[in-house]
Design a protein around this ligand. Sequence first.
Ligand code: ZN
Ligand code: ZN
Length: 328
Amino acid sequence: MRLQDAPIPVPDAGEVVVRVRVALTCGTDLKTYRRGHAKLPFGLFGHEGAGEVVAVGDGVSHLQVGQRVTWLPTAPCGACPLCQRGRPNLCRRLFDAVVLGTYAEYLRINARVAAQHVFQLQGLSDLQGAFVEPLACVIHAWRQLEPLPGKRVCIVGTGAMGYLHLMEAQARGCETVVVGRRAERLELARALGAQHTIQASDDADWQAQALRLTDGGADVVVEATGAKAIWELAPNLAAPGGKVLLYSGLAKGETVSVLAERWHYDELTILGSFHFTTQDAHTALERLRHGQLPVERLITGVYPLREIVAVFEQLDQGAGIKYAIVPD
Ligand SMILES: [Zn+2]
Ligand SMILES: [Zn+2]
């Protein structure tokens, strides 16, 4: 990764240019940094942020210079079979027009995204606004889980997404068990309101503990580690009739195996979830405006843009949950 000088972008028709006020790091960026990404091109980096509109292209009337906004990195095409079937998050052309490069002073937002997925930040700080994208992904996942089979939820993983799942579970009145490896991460989970936490180890003890705390299995198990081993054992933590959300994507070409007996005889529902819809983003904005979600507590530190390389070195070593990057 390196910083590079570039001219300030000028918007074409339908586009907008924002001055970035804050960008966030995300597990997706870290995965891309480490091993590439199944869907995203390797190039301009960063996809979560908030900023101020500084220029709009011809034909843009719904956004104005001076507005504080956040945006999503993609928007659906509206025309492909998946869009037509009401599954815009699975749009076949989602990544034709992706907005990457929030680790910058200025960002050009393409016309498709500008038309659909730029949101004003009334009532929200820049930092809160930058959480709309990751929170929309989590809210989308929980819509996949509806109807909830029960209120006992086991979340495995204490990265930023694990905590956002915890916040969503609480917003829905669930009782939560959070599993993670590091004591300080579990402490944060408790501070954020998790009823129980379990320190994961290399033996199976923690799984027995999870089953005990959920009275034989959780109604909903959320995998938020992106680790193959956890994808494989997450169904074992579910109650009969439970739902298992395999949330954090694995590398392209990866395969997993799951205990078939439980899947079949206990009627487990095993779900994937990807990305978000416009509706999810609006729900995320609402939650952030009125739900008092303590998202600021997920920020490990605030660093100037010139230190972005060092920030990713930290993330790569497993240090920190989520960093806020501000222009120099
Ligand atoms: Zn993200
Ligand atoms: Zn489409």
